[in-house]
Design a protein around this ligand. Structure first.
Ligand SMILES: [Zn+2]
Length: 499
């Protein structure tokens, strides 16, 4: 997506910052990056109008707005990431509070950062709570932004910038809650661990997989809160909070058509461009069968009464023998998110073929990005697709480095209970629903290590703002940010302190 020049700029800036920071003897120096953004929101758009939901933001969220602005200004577009600079900044902020943070090095220029508030001298990792966010962001296409994506520009009550929501917003909120616990000298009932990860966006060599392999003992925990779920606004009010307990699994499949290369003036029956196009068209029109996972079943049960009568009726009919299939179609057509929560999905994403206008190429390729429901297998999808394509000239190959399916987090744990209780109170009774994200997060790797990990970006966000994540003009309403910091603080206080 990013122009290569953008990436180069980021790298040069990153290198310059490393040189500046490397000269500093102590990490505290990193905290001295000046807060130049004007971080006082003029208005408070994007959160419910009910007075209870618009409290005066406590001082900590004003500070957190400053940290968010600073983090947005540190370009961590991945690739290349350069998360070490952001990790040093975070360590510096913590150092000013008297909290010792540790940089966990992954690859050159790429680090995670971890810090711990300890309950007692006796470590009890299975009780510990992990606050997780990632330091890197997806790249930008600067030409499509109306403001500098790394300027942390404040406009009309929004803070604009790459990562404002995903995931520097959550990172700054975690930092605020963690620091507030320290400042208030809260009596902890379990260790609270702050963790900022690297390379989340490409799941590469510096990602949480490597972090766990190299440094698990630094942040081993039984519970985690991370990105992955959202507080969904509809018509200016919180409709529901989706607490991510499970996520889909990503694969890539190459579609490869091979034929005879030749002079374009004499068309050939085995032209791979034609065979590939036909295969991709069939796959594009294909819809895999619906499977209800336990999380998705609970999600739709909770959602039905929140939707209008018509949609509610079709949601309730999805699992009935007579109207089920029709209902599934109506619901899938009503929302790409719902469609993808209900079934394995396949999106053709990249086409490659040909090298000259007058030459029939010997090969044409497409990439399919596949998102499996947890529990489904890529072999089964492959079998269905082969049957569908049914062309001896076209081969399908699963690419390496696929995701791993993780068991869902429990919907019965104490932590899940605390999260749902707090958000229901904080958002004027709008319910919390278990959520299965169609996108990946670091939580899958944590769940594979027996962590009850839940996804909740605590900021109330409208579709209009959610769709800007990974897109242009990403922004966060500052009033939503403040509210999210407060909600997260209440969740963590309730779960991790004696009160
Ligand atoms: Zn993210």
């Amino acid at each position: 997506m990013a122009a290569s020049r953008d990436e180069e700029d980021g790298f040069v800036n990153g290198k310059r910052m490393i040189q500046v920071l490397a000269g500093a003897a102590a990490l505290t120096m990193a905290a001295n990056i000046p807060v130049t953004a004007q971080v006082t929101p003029a208005e408070r758009p994007g959160i419910p109008a009910s007075p209870a939901a618009v409290p005066t933001a406590p001082a900590i969220s004003k500070e957190a707005q400053g940290w968010l602005a600073d983090l947005v200004k540190i370009n961590t577009s991945n690739p290349p990431g350069n998360e070490q600079i952001a990790a040093m900044y975070v360590a510096g902020v913590l150092a000013r509070e008297g909290i010792k943070a540790e940089l966990l090095d992954l690859t050159p220029g790429r680090s995670a950062v971890v810090a711990r508030l300890q309950r007692s001298a006796v470590a009890e990792p299975s009780r510990a709570l992990l606050l997780v966010a990632h330091l890197d962001t997806v790249p930008v296409d600067k030409s499509r932004w109306s403001v500098d994506p790394f300027g942390a520009v404040i406009k009309d009550g929004y803070l604009y910038g790459r990562g404002a929501i995903d995931d520097k917003g959550m990172l700054a909120a975690n930092l605020a809650v963690f620091i507030e616990l320290k400042r208030s000298m809260a009596h902890l009932s379990r260790d609270v661990i702050f963790l900022a990860t690297a390379d989340e966006e490409t799941s590469g060599d510096a990602s949480i997989r490597m972090l766990i392999a190299k440094h698990w003992d630094r942040f081993a925990a039984g519970f985690a809160i991370n990105e992955g779920g959202n507080v969904f606004l509809k018509n200016g009010k919180v409709q529901y909070t989706g607490v991510q307990a499970s996520e889909k699994v990503a694969f890539n499949i190459s579609v490869i058509a091979r034929g005879t290369s030749g002079h374009a003036s004499q068309p050939l029956k085995d032209n791979p461009v034609v065979h590939l196009s036909a295969a991709v068209a069939k796959i594009g029109n294909y819809s895999a069968p619906v499977h209800f996972t336990a999380v998705v079943r609970r999600y739709f049960e909770g959602l039905a009464p929140l939707e209008d009568d018509e949609i509610g009726k079709w949601i309730r009919s999805m699992d009935t023998p007579d109207r089920g299939e029709h209902a599934q179609r109506v619901i899938s057509d009503a929302s790409p998110l719902w469609n993808s929560m209900l079934r394995d999905t396949i999106s053709p994403t990249v086409l490659t073929a040909g090298f000259a206008n007058n030459v029939i190429p010997p090969e044409a390729r497409a990439n399919l990005n596949v998102r499996l429901l947890p529990g489904d297998t890529i072999d089964a999808v492959l079998k269905d697709l082969n049957k569908l394509v049914n062309d001896p000239l076209v081969k399908l190959e699963v690419q390496p480095n696929a995701g791993l399916a993780a068991p869902p987090s429990s919907l019965e744990s104490d932590f899940y209970g605390v999260i749902t209780k707090v958000v229901t109170q904080e958002f004027a009774g709008a319910p919390a629903l278990p959520f299965q994200s169609t996108w990946l997060t670091d939580s899958a790797q944590l769940r594979l290590h027996n962590v009850q990990a839940y996804g909740l970006v605590p900021f109330p966000l409208a579709q209009e703002d959610l769709r800007r994540m990974h897109g242009d003009d990403e922004r966060i309403p500052l009033a939503s940010f403040d509210k999210g910091v407060e909600v997260l603080r209440k969740i963590v206080t309730e779960f991790a302190t004696a009160h």
